[in-house]
Design a protein around this ligand. Sequence first.
Ligand code: ZN
Length: 90
Amino acid sequence: MKLEQPPGPPATLGEVRWLDARSLLASCKACAHETVLNVEALADSVPLSWFATRFVCRCCNAVGAHILPCWTDEPGPRRRPYSVGMSKPS
Ligand SMILES: [Zn+2]
């Protein structure tokens, strides 16, 4: 069984952008610290699981996060975009 439009949360950056979100919200699986990820430079085909498995928490250094679309990406002192300094997946 193969679904062309699987139900559930978006799986790639393209689907996030389709939802009109321009950044991602990463929530640390260990301490729930939230970080906004600036993903403007990355391709639509990048899967959100790529971020989920590579995210390193600034607070507790744990690896792994829940990745959600983020619609509140305004820069500011409370929530600064975190530029993704990782190489693109192959
Ligand atoms: Zn953490």
